[in-house]
Design a protein around this ligand. Structure first.
Ligand SMILES: [Zn+2]
Length: 159
């Protein structure tokens, strides 16, 4: 029975474009995120500006997410379950975004259309996906790892 529940829990909803993506974070944020989830009101707190505005940033390449961790000691990356829905793709920085663009591609904040994209992906060139609603992402797994540095007298051989 437990196995059956696990299978259901792990099922991704393709109709919502639900996927697993990575989110790297700093040590002091891990427990807060696990207990309280993501708080978009604090999204820009640790960054002067975010390329795609105030949202939760996730990536399909773990090495990009690793850049948001400490990079020494024990690092943490969440494996996030994310509902991307309809994705707006851009190669341009859109730092003022507070939600995805409307499907009529209005400039600025749209107040006249009702259909909006559900998420944004920036190709810079590595892909960063952003959702602007914390209900669309869930930190399902925690990966903790430590980068082992080569000793200073390392001569390039493997041992
Ligand atoms: Zn519009």
């Amino acid at each position: 029975m437990q196995y059956a529940n696990r299978q259901i829990a792990n099922l991704l909803h393709s109709d919502l474009n639900e996927v697993y993506l990575f989110h790297g974070t700093r040590k002091d944020r891990v427990n807060v995120l696990l207990h309280n989830g993501f708080d978009l009101r604090l999204a820009a707190m640790n960054f002067k500006s975010l390329w795609l505005g105030a949202g939760v940033y996730v990536a399909d390449e773990a090495n990009l997410s690793a850049q948001y961790t400490e990079r020494n000691g024990v690092c943490t990356i969440f494996v996030m379950r994310v509902c991307l829905g309809d994705v707006f793709t851009t190669k341009t920085h859109m730092t003022d975004l507070k939600r995805p663009p409307c499907k009529s591609f209005c400039n600025g904040i749209c107040t006249q259309h009702k259909d909006f994209f559900d998420s944004v992906v920036g190709e810079f060139p590595q892909r960063e996906f952003v959702v602007y609603d914390d209900a669309k992402c869930y930190p399902e797994y925690v990966i903790q790892y430590q980068v082992v540095q080569s000793p200073p007298d390392h001569k390039g051989g493997y041992y």
